[in-house]
Design a binder for this molecule. Structure first.
Ligand SMILES: [Zn+2]
Length: 197
């Protein structure tokens, strides 16, 4: 019904979560109202294709290493393991953590058939030289807890202290949704996983 260019963008937008045919059409009309600026939007979207994952930690970057791995002011003796890039943003907002990160890019899930091999896990074990503490900050969901236990088991025979964010966060909560104060509390009260055994 609409011209090809319109239908193409509408179809692309419908691939986004929660965007149906009607919403997609509305978005295309809004984009068209931008006039020439829509070209800038298109360019910014195209630039996303150049992003890749940092070979050290798995966080997104458009350079060789990500902004954290490059930063000499970060404490290289601490690594916080998170499930998603958004979790890094949530922790950074608290201003309470100055160590490095490791982004798994998911969690182990038997229900969804996601196994450790599919996550960015192996590279974590290549990074442990000189590291004193690994803070496991996977979500407080069944899958997140399972991932934490799995990592803890693998880290057990390494010369490193393994801690987990405290349960100030509600069960089922993703880091992304917690407010900064709650996250900071969870970080301050992180506990050694040894204590639980
Ligand atoms: Zn990195």
């Amino acid at each position: 019904m609409f011209p090809d260019a319109f239908e193409k963008v509408a179809a692309a937008l419908q691939r986004l979560p929660g965007v149906g045919a009607k919403t997609a059409q509305r978005y295309v009309f809004s984009l068209m109202q931008m006039g020439d600026e829509v070209k800038d939007v298109a360019e910014s979207i195209a630039a996303l294709a150049k992003l890749h994952r940092c070979p050290h930690c798995g966080f997104l970057t458009d350079e060789e290493l990500c902004s954290f791995c490059k930063d000499k002011d970060r404490d290289p003796t601490r690594i916080m393991v998170v499930a998603y890039d958004q979790d890094v943003a949530a922790i950074e907002k608290t201003n309470g953590y100055k160590g490095l990160y490791h982004v798994l890019n998911g969690v182990i899930s038997s229900a969804k058939g996601i196994y450790p091999e599919e996550l960015n896990m192996d590279t974590l074990f290549d990074r442990l030289d000189g590291v004193h503490e690994v803070i496991i900050a996977t979500p407080f969901t069944m899958d997140g807890e399972m991932t934490a236990l799995y990592l803890d088991r693998l880290l057990k025979d390494k010369e490193v202290e393994v801690t987990r964010l405290a349960h100030g966060l509600p069960m089922g909560a993703s880091l992304d949704y917690a407010d900064e104060f709650t996250l900071l509390q969870a970080l301050d009260h992180r506990r050694s996983l040894e204590e639980e055994k």
